[in-house]
Unconditional design. Structure first.
Length: 161
């Protein structure tokens, strides 16, 4: 498949399977031996992908994923974007908070014969957990004291001689 065709598969998957919750699209676009390296413990293939989608859609029923950049070369598609939703169901042991969240992500997908074969995802899980109130940030920008910094030749402050 061409780079443009692979990007079209990626965009279709995000719109239909993730944003609309159409799990039939998962059957069509995920290979039987698909591996998701970022969610250990889920089965291979479409069933594992359906579990991941269900996990997020049950916790964030109005989830909306927005790919902001999509690149493709050979059999690989790389995306960067964010997803938004309202925390209305339990997620990773955190009860519903009603919080509106926005979470950036980057992902890499390998496509084989028009289907996803492998996937790696990195998203800001720490930021997500802070947004749903799982814990407070350990610091705030106001808690830092910046300066005075020693300059070159400043022997009193251990400067950079």
């Amino acid at each position: 498949m061409s780079a443009e065709e692979n990007k079209a598969v990626y965009r279709r998957f995000f719109e239909e399977a993730l944003n609309e919750g159409n799990l039939q699209t998962v059957e069509e676009l995920v290979a039987p031996d698909y591996v998701n390296y970022s969610f250990p413990g889920v089965p291979r293939g479409p069933e594992g992908m359906k579990q991941v989608i269900s996990l997020f859609r049950m916790a964030f029923p109005n989830i909306r994923i927005t790919p902001e950049q999509v690149f493709s070369e050979g059999d690989t598609v790389i995306g960067r974007g964010s997803w938004e939703g309202t925390h209305e169901g339990a997620f990773q042991g955190v009860p519903p908070s009603g919080a509106r969240v926005k979470v950036p992500y980057m992902d890499i997908w390998r496509i084989e014969n028009g289907k996803f074969a492998e996937n790696w995802v990195q998203m800001d899980m720490l930021g997500l957990m802070q947004q749903v109130g799982a814990f407070s940030p350990p610091f705030s920008p106001q808690s830092f004291s910046f300066g005075p910094w020693p300059g070159p030749g400043d022997s009193e402050g251990g400067g950079w001689d």
